[in-house]
Design a protein around this ligand. Structure first.
Ligand SMILES: [Zn+2]
Ligand SMILES: [Zn+2]
Length: 267
């Protein structure tokens, strides 16, 4: 076995929203953008490929599967510098939501090609397979389901299940009635739910349509369904460690915290 017997291993590689940051007063929660690694048995799945992907391991028992929730730059930029892609005889599978069109590679090559990037992803020495992301997706004994969220340009909410454990990923999500009902359905019974909390509720009034949420929405979600733990993600690039710690103290619940880059959770 690759992971501890019977354990699903979840790791935060990057949780900053919109833009990577390097300020000293943001190091505790981290500056890399969205990237989360999940390992169960011999399988590895990544949710998004922001700059946090640079801190991911390169060797796995089986080729890793990188699932992109959408193609905003903060969720894909890590691909360009992920060193596994440059290693011969290593295969990496990248999934682009099928809704973008019939040729998923075309959308990534729009970013990773001159003049925006020196080379295309298919010119790296490793084998890079870019596939359409459709649901349900089965990877070994992992099951990934997905439903549309609410975000400019579209986005997907993921639910990963392995044995009797469930993780829901709802980054880059703004409240809207129909999608919130879908989110409740996906989240019910989950061990861990990742929810976009880029803004405070007071800031959201000025940012309607930006595609993000607040910790208050997390509290509403927890009132509507059974969630063992809520992880607040996609921290605003201006948010300081002090502000996030103060928010946590205000929420004051053991079953809710703001994601810290590098933290691991065993389920
Ligand atoms: Zn984002
Ligand atoms: Zn986005």
């Amino acid at each position: 076995m690759f992971t501890e017997k019977g354990c699903l291993r979840f790791k935060v590689l990057g949780t900053r929203g919109s833009m990577a940051v390097t300020r000293k007063d943001q190091q505790f929660f981290g500056g890399n953008t969205s990237c989360y690694m999940i390992q169960a048995g011999e399988e590895t799945v990544f949710f998004d490929a922001g700059s946090g992907l640079l801190n991911a391991p390169v060797d796995f028992p089986r080729p890793p599967h990188i699932l992109l929730s959408h193609l905003h730059l903060d969720h894909v930029l890590g691909l360009g510098m992920y060193s596994r892609l440059s290693l011969k005889d290593r295969e990496t599978l990248i999934y682009v939501p099928a809704g973008y069109g019939k040729d998923p590679a075309r959308f990534l090559s729009g970013i990773f090609s001159p003049p925006y990037w020196p080379v295309s992803l298919d010119s790296y020495s490793g084998t890079v397979r870019i596939l359409p992301l459709t649901f349900p997706l089965r990877i070994g004994d992992l099951l990934i389901e997905g439903v549309p969220g609410c975000h400019p340009g579209g986005n997907f909410i993921f639910r990963l299940s392995w044995q009797d454990r469930h993780i829901v990923y709802a980054s880059d999500y703004e409240y809207e009635t129909a999608s919130f009902l879908r989110l409740i359905k996906m989240s019910d019974g989950a061990d861990l739910v990742l929810l976009d909390s880029q803004y405070a509720a007071s800031e959201l009034e000025q940012r309607t349509g930006f595609g993000h949420s607040s910790p208050e929405l997390g509290l509403k979600l927890m009132e509507r369904c059974e969630i063992a733990h809520l992880l607040l993600v996609h921290h605003d690039p201006q948010r300081t460690d002090e502000q996030l710690l103060a928010w946590e103290a205000e929420i004051a619940r053991k079953d809710i915290h703001f994601a810290r880059e590098g933290e691991e959770i065993l389920l």
